[in-house]
Design a protein around this ligand. Structure first.
Ligand code: UYC
Length: 232
């Protein structure tokens, strides 16, 4: 078994993304030795920006009942693997926890709430955003929200993913909606039950932006400098 663990460790470090993804649950099921490999993997990579593979490893540990794992996460990653930077003192830990638990529906609601918090108390009361408020939102905060979604969704969800798809269709909304599963033929996907709240969803499906008041807010979000500016 020591040998098996060692070859799994090597493969986890050097394998393709697909192979890494397969090995993570195997290691998590191997008890203490496997969990130790996962903990060391996260620690070694902590100085680099977290990827969705780090997200998978973190989530495997997050779901473990082992005491040593709980202590490890508390002492080394108390706020998860994405630095929860905010320019306006917003606490993103509740969002981090919902995404780590893969509760995408609750995370989506909270994302809308956090975006309103970013815009200030009048937007919080209103519960939706003006496009000017989105334009003025700090890049750091949008990058934090986006990075959390990316890392905990195998890179499938997040505003930057939606932006890439949108640019890929030449900013044509009619071509964009069906690609991200928000429209099927002439029919808008119905909120909330028409949407797919797990990783079987199309790329860019989440987080949602209510289109009831038009595309201007979403267009501002997808055009925000946050997506071309490097992280600060
Ligand atoms: N809804 O259809 N949406 C709501 C979406 C539209 C509507 C919330 C997304 C189209 C009404 C979220 C799509 C439309 C309510 C979303 C979508 C429409 C509502 C809750 C695909 C009719 C209020 C948060 C584009 C043709 C009553 C919020 C209710 C809510 C998201 C209807 C996240 C992505 C154009 C009447 N819709 N919304 O912002 O059911 O209110 O809650 O976008």
């Amino acid at each position: 078994p020591a040998n098996d663990i060692d070859s799994l460790r090597q493969t986890l470090i050097a394998g393709s993304l697909q192979v890494q993804q397969q090995i993570i649950p195997q290691l998590a099921d191997l008890g203490n030795e496997g969990l130790t490999v996962l903990m060391e993997f996260l620690l070694k990579r902590r100085d680099n920006p977290a990827t969705w593979i780090d997200g998978k490893v973190y989530q495997a540990l997050y779901n473990s009942d082992a005491l040593q794992v709980k202590e490890f996460l508390l002492s080394c990653f108390p706020e998860g693997i994405v630095p929860l930077k905010s320019e306006c003192g917003i606490n993103y830990k509740p969002l981090q926890q919902l995404l780590a638990a893969q509760d995408f529906q609750a995370a989506d609601r909270l994302t809308i709430e956090k975006m309103c918090e970013l815009a200030g108390p009048t937007a919080v009361q209103r519960k939706w955003l003006y496009f000017t408020e989105v334009e003025n939102a700090p890049a750091v905060d949008l990058q934090t929200i986006n990075h959390l979604w990316l890392v905990h969704s195998e890179g499938k969800f997040g505003f930057s993913v939606q932006r890439e798809i949108w640019l890929g269709v030449g900013k044509n909304w009619d071509n964009f909606w069906p690609k991200i599963g928000w429209k099927n033929g002439n029919n808008w996907t119905r909120y909330p039950n028409g949407f797919t709240w797990d990783l079987s969803a199309p790329k860019g499906h989440l987080p949602l932006s209510n289109q009831l008041r038009g595309v201007r807010v979403f267009a501002s979000l997808l055009s925000h400098p946050a997506w071309t500016k490097s992280a600060t």
